[in-house]
Design a protein. Sequence first.
Length: 334
Amino acid sequence: MRADRATPAFAGTAPHRVAVLARPGLLPMELGIVLRLFGQARSADGMRLYQVATCALEPGELRTDTDITVNVHHGPEALALADTVVLPASDEDYAPTEDLAPRMAEALSRIRPDARIASICTGSFVLAAAGLLDGLRATTHWRSSALFRALYPGVRLDPDVLYTDEGRILTAAGVASGIDLCLHMIRTDHGAAVANDVARGTVVPPHRPGGQAQYIQRPIPDEGESSTGSTRAWAVQRLDQPLRLRDLAERAAMSVRTFTRRFRDEVGLSPAEWLLQQRVDRARALLEETSHTIDRIAAECGFGAASSLRRHFHAALGVSPAAYRTTFRGPGPK
């Protein structure tokens, strides 16, 4: 993969200049997303709507997280000319530091105050370290959300969405969420018709429903020696049954008040919130692994009616059970 050989980075009077800041250890797919989607956008008369240039802190050959390299011809001076700067992820983000490297700080200082800045996946760690996300809503890959929160408590992290738009600053969740974010920016700049045309050319949906929550697989917790662990394990085997708070407390040989307090201390949720989460997770598994009807899944997960399952499922994941099944298992009984 080679960047276009052009000096300077942006030639002529392109209507909108996009600079992609690549770093060592970059993910080639994320770089390709930006180049492909913005590069496809055309006006009604066929004119390019964006000019895209790839730049790095130092021009030259960059390693990626694969067995290929990328030859980048432009340095950070391209950032000063850009109307939009996109920062893809790098494998350096897997061990981030709270402070920004001086060379990166100097490069980001070149960005114009009116330029739009977007990150993809863990590229948001760099924006946060630069202070660009302070007080703003942002997202990152769900696997990195706990670390992000610990390092940057001043950022309003939303790990459940595919992307965020705070006006000048935008962030995308995971790798493919970069597609959603780029289409959103194109839609914002030039309308739905142009964005839809780019989506069709890339053979992707112009808008994906729901958010990251539907892609997060929660690990089975290790109950250890916790005082409510055995009760939780007992309840998980009986999700199809009515489980009242009093029943759970009696099972744990505690008063309702003591059980509720210890449960929240150990799990971080109330018993009712935890039960709902377990029922939604069980429904997800049945939607992925079986061809059961929605009515049957609702009964087996303790929701009773299909309407109750649909309501709680959509509230938790942002999509319907049928849409979730189509995404993770393929078309099946509704």
